[in-house]
Design a protein around this ligand. Structure first.
Ligand code: ATP
Length: 211
């Protein structure tokens, strides 16, 4: 059975922290591929994105070159209106009808998940791989997720195969203390070390993240 990883994000810009967790995702879950899915309209982000979706997609295209297991989908960029994760997952379910699908997200995103559109249906339709981030622990987990988590973790151990969703796993990999926010705010001060070279060239060429 194929195992496919889906990695949604704003990627404004993509950075080494994304690459680090995507590689841990592929290694630890023995995935056949990891598909990066840049958001079109990031409705659950507080701050409006400063770059166009086309620019963020272009930066992700330069990022996936670092690992042959990585690819990118523009499905959320080309879709009109808000892009809900549950719709994205349904789309991939149609494409990969016989694969086990995993969604990668950082601990900070997991804490916000109860705010996502139809999140309970989402938790049933896909398996979640959770990456550590910033020392955030389970103590901060919303009550709704505290009830879901034990069964989801157990399901990954007791029924590791099958195309159904509802599993969860915590990745072992440590986190890199990198964020897109820091890169955007510090780019004009010369902090260019946390993105792949191809992304750095693109940011400079397009004059992104100028003060
Ligand atoms: P921003 O600073 O703009 O909020 P970000 O760095 O969190 O951006 P996103 O594109 O929003 O980047 O992140 C996509 C996914 O990757 C999210 O699930 C997020 O939790 C996760 N993620 C991003 N950076 C890291 C990191 N350094 N360690 C672990 N998870 C991360």
């Amino acid at each position: 059975m194929k195992r496919i990883g889906l990695f949604g994000g704003t990627f404004d810009p993509p950075h080494n922290g994304h690459i680090h967790i995507a590689q841990a995702f592929a290694d630890e879950l023995k995935l056949d591929s990891v598909i990066f899915i840049p958001a079109g309209d990031p409705y659950h982000k507080q701050v409006a994105t400063r770059t166009t979706a086309a620019q963020r997609l272009a930066m992700v295209e330069r990022t996936i070159a670092v690992d042959e297991r990585f690819s990118v989908s523009d499905c959320d960029v080309v879709r009109n209106g808000p892009t809900y994760t549950i719709d994205t997952v349904s789309l991939f379910r149609q494409v990969f009808a016989q694969a086990q699908l995993w969604w990668l997200l950082g601990m900070d995103s997991l804490l916000q998940l109860p705010g996502w559109h139809r999140y309970q249906a989402l938790l049933q339709s896909i398996n979640l791989a959770i990456a550590q981030r910033g020392g955030l622990g389970l103590a901060a987990l919303p009550v709704a997720l505290q009830q879901w988590l034990p069964d989801a973790l157990a399901k990954n151990l007791t029924t590791p195969d099958g195309i159904d969703g509802g599993r969860a796993v915590f990745l072992q990999a440590s986190f890199l203390p990198v964020s897109s926010t820091d890169i955007r705010e510090q780019w004009s001060m010369g902090n260019h070390d946390d993105v792949p070279a191809g992304v750095a060239e693109y940011i400079d060429r397009e004059h992104l993240y100028q003060a």
